[in-house]
Design a protein around this ligand. Sequence first.
Ligand code: HEC
Ligand code: HEC
Length: 252
Amino acid sequence: MRRNPLVAVAAAVAVLLVAVAALVGWAAGHYTSNSTTVTVAGTPAATTSAAVDPTVAAGAHVFVQFACAQCHGENGRGGVSPHVPALTGVGKALTVAQLAHIIDHGLGESANPTEPYMPVWGAVISKRQVAELVAYIRAGLPNVAGATPPAVPQNQGLAVAGGALYVRDGCINCHGPNGLGGVPNPLSPDKTIPPLSGADFRSEFNTDKKITDVIRSGSVIGRSPIVSMPHWGGILSDYQLRALVAYLKTLK
Ligand code: HEC
Ligand code: HEC
């Protein structure tokens, strides 16, 4: 009797499958047992894997991208400045429309350079992103895997730290990558948010102090829908300000 070659192949495949299954099982067990013994410091969000509504998840990422967390604290828990409220209760207290209005138009915009105010975001953040932010706030600002601000490298020089802070603090959303500017601000005198690089910027902001002062004090150039420069005094430390200045001076 001749053996059917297909049977032999099938048998070989079956053996292979058992081996692969065993390997996968071993690997899963291996990594699971590892992850129970290794604690990843400071990233509780990354360890949460429960399914999150996609709109809420997107909102968590937008919250990080636009540096809401730098003023309102991680997951909107507050604790950064006495002038900036936590956002944990506001999802229940305010309607969708009220929350969207605050994000678009800002709140309590103040000419007092020592106090931060809620910036006007309407010209910078899309309608869809605002809806996602509102969904995230109304869901109670849960942990979402991967929605954590970029780390700031330590002991690698001020300019390196400043480059990370430029993203972490959301400067990049308004002033563009490499400080190239170009983000529209139609009702402002310049019609655009200014660049932080190039000859004009260099000649106007020709000392570290001038740059630090304007970051700290911000600049209210008009009411909503005009986007103004947020006040970062009381939010950013002196070290962070120096790092941002060092980074800006590396730009073309
Ligand atoms: C530069 C700091 C700063 C940043 C960045 C910032 N906020 Fe605010 N925000 C404030 C301040 C200050 C207030 C309080 C304003 C007031 O009550 O006068 C506020 C108020 C709010 C409120 C109303 C809270 C309440 O209890 O009434 C909401 C909602 C809010 N911010 C959402 C956001 C979101 C979403 C982002 C990111 C897109 C963001 N904020 C970014 C400073 C900031
Ligand atoms: C919400 C948008 C927004 C964000 C976020 C923002 N800025 Fe600005 N920034 C502006 C606007 C608008 C001006 C122009 C103010 C004026 O003309 O008085 C400005 C002006 C400046 C200036 C002075 C430049 C000039 O020509 O007037 C510096 C320096 C600056 N920003 C640095 C920063 C840094 C550093 C960050 C991050 C920590 C930051 N900005 C975040 C909107 C923003």
